[in-house]
Design a binder for this molecule. Structure first.
Ligand code: FMN
Length: 390
């Protein structure tokens, strides 16, 4: 744990976002184009506000890569905020003669009220700037680095939208989901009629000055058996994944596998029977398999070799064009909450961010399991481990 670490810095409308990734092996091929492809996926999704039309997220690798290969040193990333040019006065690092009018009417459902009290501020602006999910662009850049590493093990991570508001589709087998269609869908759902219903619901919410939440699912395939551990609470892979996904702005619930539905089943119905399986040529071909995957690929805090399946509930966005009642912290009087340009629905983007957070947890767990300072060394340890599974 803590083998693959990262920190992000940056305000929503500041100069840009920075991330520093520490602990990755040397000689992993890594290019900016690969990271930028993921950043583009995060920016999309029906229901985003006009900010995403201003930005064209691109990460610059400032350190830790030479001639297209990681060096083992910290990887420093920078993403410019194009909108910064409109905010230079309001977010000036140096003192200014005339400060911007403070924001004093907290939005219910946001970090505004608790944040401004906790940090002893008179202006909510710094809380808005850092609680904003703009920060997740940096996480997606970091997640792309983790994803590139995981590809070396044959791991792939996808997500799709299960529900927006009341419009939802049932869970399917991962193998039956057409990921190309998901990528092409404006709501990342890929079921014609349901897509349309989701988009109409977003349009309706927008027209009402309202917002919508929903549910996404993330699936990781090809994950090596044995990541995580049953031995200590903080090493359990399910706990680590739940924390990482729950840390995404607006995520309010996380399930692994059948999750809450398991609570209604009997033991005989809930668990995944183990059966012999002929070995194939697949990278991680084991002499057994689970007949089903209600556990979502994790038993006892350890990856059991099946697909890892994570589902999360996203609440409706808290900034409403028809603002909720609040108070003005200066006067204590009833007012409407602060409003500024905002998204209507972010479920598709949240799925992409969750892919990144899952990639970070799995990269960390791979480094912990297989060790090594150089990609070749790590992969040799991995292949040696696989060949010892009888
Ligand atoms: C991709 C993404 C975009 C978001 N955009 C907005 C937004 O435009 N306006 C807003 O009020 N909240 C937005 N949020 C949610 C807030 O960042 C979040 O609700 C807030 O930080 C409070 O945290 P909490 O909801 O996790 O308690 C977004 C979340 C995500 C994942």
């Amino acid at each position: 744990m803590g083998e693959f670490r990262f920190l992000t810095g940056g305000e929503s409308h500041g100069k840009g976002l920075v991330a520093v990734v520490e602990g990755l092996v040397a000689e992993l091929p890594l290019e900016e184009g690969y990271i930028n492809k993921e950043l583009k996926r995060r920016q999309q999704g029906y229901g985003r506000g006009s900010r995403m039309k201003i930005e064209e997220d691109k990460a610059e690798i400032m350190a830790g890569v030479r001639y297209g290969l990681t060096t083992g040193s910290p990887i420093a990333l920078f993403i410019t905020n194009k909108d910064w040019q409109n905010w230079q006065e309001q977010l000036s690092v140096s003192p200014v003669e005339k400060e911007a009018e403070p924001v004093t009417c907290p939005r219910p459902g946001h970090a505004d009220l608790a944040g401004v009290i906790k940090y002893g501020l008179k202006d909510i602006r710094p809380i808005i700037e850092r609680a904003s999910a703009r920060e997740t662009a940096a996480r997606v850049a970091v997640g792309a680095v983790a994803r590139r590493f995981l590809e070396e093990f044959g791991v792939a991570i996808h997500s799709y939208t299960m529900a927006i508001g009341q419009h939802h589709r049932e869970r399917g087998e991962a193998s039956s989901i057409d990921w190309q269609q998901v990528e092409a869908s404006p709501v990342r759902c890929a079921y014609g009629e349901i897509d349309k219903g989701m988009m109409a619901a977003i349009d309706e919410a927008k027209a009402d000055g309202d917002t919508l939440g929903g549910v996404f699912e993330v699936i990781a395939t090809g994950v090596p058996i044995g990541l995580g551990s049953h031995a200590s609470w903080e090493r359990r892979l399910d706990g680590r994944i739940a924390q990482a996904v729950m840390s995404i702005n607006a995520v309010k619930g996380v399930e692994i596998g059948a999750g809450f539905a398991l609570a209604e089943l009997k033991g005989s119905q809930a668990h995944d029977v183990i059966e012999p399986s002929p070995r194939s040529k697949a990278k991680q071909s084991l002499p057994w398999r689970h007949a089903s995957n209600r556990a979502g690929g994790i038993e006892g805090g350890i990856c059991n070799g099946e697909d890892i399946i994570v589902r999360a509930a996203v609440k409706p966005i808290a900034t409403l064009a028809s603002p909720l009642p609040s108070i003005d912290l200066r006067s204590g009087k009833k007012v409407e909450a602060h409003y500024e340009r905002s998204d209507i629905c972010v479920v598709p983007a949240a799925g992409v961010i969750a892919e990144s957070m899952l990639a970070v947890v799995l990269a960390d767990a791979c480094l912990e399991k297989f060790g090594g300072d150089n990609l070749k060394e790590t992969l040799a340890n991995y292949h040696n481990y696989l060949s010892n599974i009888s």
